[in-house]
Design a protein around this ligand. Structure first.
Ligand SMILES: O=C(CO)[C@H](O)[C@H](O)COP(=O)(O)O
Length: 233
């Protein structure tokens, strides 16, 4: 099966998890784009009453094009379920997100959602986080100072740039500094450090957020459920 076939399979599976008369958080990324198509098909075919809360301008555009009704996060009573992708997931279902630069809105939607389900292919599941560079969203003003602090701390920072070498700007007008770490031995400690730095708006460590991870591979789908820290999978 090609990677896209696997993503389609995961997207179709995830669309079936959405219940009628609910508000759904719509993540960002290529895997989510398959989910959006499958969800839009279900909404049309089954005449479902579903509204979406989006996590990026890109997802808002795609959802609207597909005919999915969108509501502002501030105008909902709550989000029932959010389906999102992830860049890396460990065996506690902690993850790294933000490969698509949407981590800030993704975390706001996730934290306001009763349930969070991630959709990934099996190449993203690892024992320890860190092989995917950790995105940190920063305010442009003074970001050079933060960058130097990260470098001095051995966090191996890189401004995220586009293919012309220009710093990318997020939907909320911030920069992304990716930390190239290889291994994150204590994600909670790193999260705490990043949250303590002025100018850091958000980071891509999503800890204790996913309730379930839908993992796709050539043989089908595997569903991982979150366990506690001493109940490793
Ligand atoms: O966090 C994200 C965007 O900020 C995405 O969910 C993550 O990058 C996964 O994307 P894809 O499904 O394209 O691999």
């Amino acid at each position: 099966m090609s990677k896209n076939d696997i993503k389609q399979q995961i997207g179709n599976y995830a669309a079936k998890l959405v219940q009628n008369h609910t508000t759904v958080g719509l993540g960002t990324g290529t895997t989510v784009s398959y989910f959006l198509v499958a969800l839009a098909q279900r909404i049309k075919k089954e005449h479902l009453d579903i509204v979406g809360v989006t996590t990026s301008e890109k997802t808002t555009l795609s959802a609207k094009e597909l005919g999915i009704r969108i509501v502002d996060i501030d105008d909902t009573d709550g989000i029932d379920l959010t389906i999102d992708g992830a860049d890396e997931v460990d065996t506690y279902l902690n993850g790294i997100k933000g490969g698509g630069a949407a981590l800030l809105m993704e975390k706001i939607v996730a934290k306001n959602s009763k349930e969070n389900v991630w959709i990934v292919d099996e190449s993203k599941v690892h024992n320890i986080l860190g092989s995917f560079p950790l995105p940190v969203e920063v305010v442009p003003f003074g970001s050079g100072r933060l960058y130097r602090e990260f470098a001095l701390k051995g966090l191996n920072p890189r401004y995220r740039v586009d293919n012309l070498g220009r710093r990318i700007v997020t939907d909320a007008q911030h920069y992304i500094i990716d930390l190239v770490l290889d291994v994150i031995n204590n994600p909670y400690e790193l999260a705490q450090y990043l949250e303590s730095r002025v100018g850091v708006v958000e980071h891509g460590l999503f800890l204790g957020i996913a309730n379930r991870v839908i993992v796709g591979n050539d043989d089908g789908i595997e569903v991982l459920e979150r366990r506690t820290a001493n109940q490793k999978l």
